[in-house]
Design a protein around this ligand. Structure first.
Ligand code: NAD
Ligand code: WQD
Length: 338
């Protein structure tokens, strides 16, 4: 029996492949390479010392998916595949609804047809929206999202919960990620954004290496200790380990569960800049810029439920996140294009 990993060549997917293999699971990976490169597969195999089937396939391609299920015994799916750029989702919302929502519906239809009813879904802290105070807990209201990307995650959570109500054989874990950063400690896999990064950590590391002149800090007038936005940064390898625990859980339970994956610690933009400078002995020049539309001031998790249900807690700290990001950036200045 194997676990199908959609979007397994991407940032979080590639790290999860390595952790699933080292936990002893067999995996099958699919990706359409929309936001990833075949080199990621080479490196997953190198790090794990294991081989596995790969399919270049789109989650909207029902016949392609059927072939994967026919050729492999799949007992659960970890579903990463999707589009994730918040700003782009405002410009081309239909592409986000088609890929993320439409693609997930097709995937679930084929899963049900093939008798595989266990899914770990990549949701996001973004579903908590603007109305809730941190620390954010799973039973707080969701849906006051600020962009189409966030709406796709909220809609998919609802679709998967409806599915579990309609058929008690389904088992779904909605993993609400806080802000994943860092890279595998080997420096062989990491985040490889196209063009100028949208997110803070890849921006910091590209400034540190001299590809970009300076960081713009989006707002220093929030109601936070230093005025800059506060987030719950989580090491991508801790996040990947959370997926291994979620698969263990989904194989032995049914129904839908939303679970936060975060550290529970709030960290400001300037805290992260300072941690990066200290951990790596580099310079990161910055200027204060206007707030980014749609940002909340503070967003961090209460990770208690993940501890209770999955036996999982994050155990890598900010220094690990900064050091591992820098090792990846330094060893792969052009990402997987080296
Ligand atoms: P990523 O872009 O690196 O990985 C997504 C992968 O899915 C890519 O390899 C891409 O080529 C593939 N893909 C996209 N559309 C596809 C399709 N239609 N068919 C097949 N493959 C497709 O992103 P990531 O950072 O690894 O994120 C993984 C998941 O986690 C996404 O669903 C994302 O929305 C979610 N998420 C990410 C973050 C984050 O900050 N990185 C936070 C919360 C949730
Ligand atoms: C972190 C902090 C910014 C860039 C976003 C999405 C969210 C999720 C992860 C998937 C904020 C500030 C950033 C920069 C800055 N994706 N910042 N200068 O905001 O937690 O979440 O990515 O679900 O949906 O909204 O992460 O890294 O973009 O920003 O000052 O150049 O850094 O304002 O306070 P965030 P981020």
């Amino acid at each position: 029996m194997a676990i199908l990993i959609t979007g397994g060549c991407g940032y979080i997917g590639s790290h999860t492949c390595v952790e699933m293999l080292s936990a002893g699971y067999d995996i099958v990976v699919m990706d359409n390479y929309y936001n990833s490169k075949p080199e990621a597969l080479v490196r997953i195999k190198e790090l794990s010392g294991k081989d596995f089937p790969f399919y270049e396939c789109d989650i909207r391609d029902a016949e392609g998916l059927r072939r994967i299920f026919r050729e492999n015994k799949i007992e659960a799916v970890i579903h990463f595949a999707g589009l994730k750029a918040v700003g782009e989702s405002v410009r081309i919302p239909l592409a986000y609804y088609d890929n993320n929502v439409g693609g997930t519906v097709v995937l679930c239809q084929v899963m049900a047809e093939m008798g595989c009813k266990r899914m770990i879904f990549s949701s996001s802290a973004t579903v908590y929206g603007t109305g809730n105070p941190s620390p954010l807990k799973e039973d707080m209201p969701t849906g006051a999202v600020t962009n189409p990307y966030g709406r796709t995650k909220h809609m998919i959570e609802g679709i998967l919960q409806d599915l579990c109500v309609s058929d008690p054989e389904w088992s779904v874990i909605l993993l609400r990620y806080f802000t994943p950063i860092g890279a595998h400690e080997s420096g062989r896999i990491g985040e490889d954004p196209n063009g100028i990064p949208n997110n803070l950590m890849p921006y910091i590391s590209q400034v540190a290496i001299g590809k970009l002149p300076r960081l713009s800090v989006f707002g220093n007038d929030y109601d936070t200790p230093d005025g800059t936005g506060v987030r719950d940064y989580i090491h991508v390898v801790d996040l990947a380990c959370g997926h291994v625990r979620a698969v263990d859980y989904a194989l032995t339970h049914t129904g839908a569960q939303a679970i936060n994956l975060g550290t529970g610690n709030g960290c400001s933009v300037l805290d992260l800049v300072n941690a990066f400078v200290t951990a790596n002995q580099v310079e990161v020049p910055y200027v204060i810029a206007p707030r980014r539309p749609g940002d909340v001031a503070v967003c961090y998790s209460d990770p208690t439920k993940a501890g209770e249900l999955l036996g999982w807690t994050a155990n890598r700290d900010l220094t690990d996140m900064c050091r591992d990001t820098w090792r990846w950036q330094n060893q792969n200045p052009r990402g997987y294009d080296n």
